[in-house]
Ligand binder design. Structure first.
Ligand SMILES: NC(=O)c1ccc[n+]([C@@H]2O[C@H](COP(=O)([O-])OP(=O)(O)OC[C@H]3O[C@@H](n4cnc5c(N)ncnc54)[C@H](O)[C@@H]3O)[C@@H](O)[C@H]2O)c1
Length: 251
């Protein structure tokens, strides 16, 4: 497999879950990868895994809610690997499971800061680096980006925002050869899904899975395969789109 041979990619939230699976798959496909995350030890372990498998990777510590971190992340990619072709803006946090009136303003701001403003910060700096030669960006939204998520309204609002941001930027940057798309995972087996299941109303995760077509949670690698395809030249006619990878939850 060499879909991304010679390309340079950033993966935020690359230390765990969907980001980790994607960083590894990008490297297998030939990309040099910046594993960007606030969790240093776990991200360094992903870099080591990639290097042991014969790939090239770099750890960059980033809190995506801080613009200076996102600027430094893009600078680090260009300084080490000479360019930036691909970005998977995927870092996110699940938020509190509570009625809207009990979500709390501080919690609301934190969820929006990480899940939505974080994607904005990353894109601003990635777009500047890609404008001269083109590229591909994928942002992680959620099934909660296309429908209501009861007891997770701040999270759902942040993910609806990611889709609006993705579509709008895609319409601006197509002329520069930059394709921007979003993915909407359903229930994928990661620490975040475990956290949400533990906090949810009893039986709600089971009910969610039972309502899906495939009736099982996804593996992080199954989401990563979609991201790889969207970032490769095989998806050359795909822009401003929003792909479900949810086992049919929203069908
Ligand atoms: N797992 C699911 O069921 C599911 C469903 C829909 C959407 N998503 C979305 O997928 C994305 C990845 O989630 P996951 O399930 O792999 O979760 P995860 O918790 O396994 O991984 C998330 C990673 O993001 C990092 N991170 C969190 N906040 C950060 C910040 N401010 N700056 C930098 N890094 C940060 C964490 O350290 C972690 O490594 C998220 O955006 C999430 O909202 C997940």
């Amino acid at each position: 497999m060499s879909d991304l041979q010679g390309k340079v990619a950033i993966v935020t939230g690359g230390a765990a879950g969907i980001g980790r699976a994607t960083a590894r798959l990008f490297a297998q496909a030939g990309a040099r990868v910046v594993v960007a995350d606030r969790a240093e030890a776990a991200a360094q372990a992903v870099v080591a895994e990639i290097e042991q498998a014969g790939g090239e990777a770099l750890f960059q510590r980033v809190d995506v809610s801080r613009e200076e971190d996102c600027a430094a992340m893009v600078e680090a990619a260009v300084a080490r690997f000479g360019r930036l072709d691909i970005a998977f803006n995927n870092a996110g946090i699940p938020g509190r499971v509570a009625r809207t009136e009990d979500q709390g303003l501080a919690h609301w701001h934190r969820i929006i800061d990480v899940n939505l403003t974080g994607v904005f910060h990353c894109m601003v700096h990635e777009l500047r680096a890609m404008k001269a030669h083109g590229g591909a960006i994928v942002n992680t939204a959620s099934v909660a980006g296309v429908r209501g998520a009861p007891y997770s309204s701040a999270y759902a609002a942040s993910k609806h925002g990611v889709i609006g941001l993705t579509r709008s930027a895609a319409r601006e940057y197509g002329r520069y050869g930059i394709r921007i798309n979003a993915i909407c995972p359903g229930v994928v087996k990661t620490a975040m899904a475990d956290e949400l299941a533990a906090a949810s109303l009893p039986g709600s995760s089971d009910a969610l899975l039972a309502a899906s077509i495939l009736r099982r949670p996804g593996e992080p690698e199954e989401a990563a395969e979609l991201v790889l395809w969207l970032c490769s030249d095989k998806a050359s006619f795909v822009a401003g789109a929003n792909y479900m990878v949810d086992g049919g939850l929203t069908a």
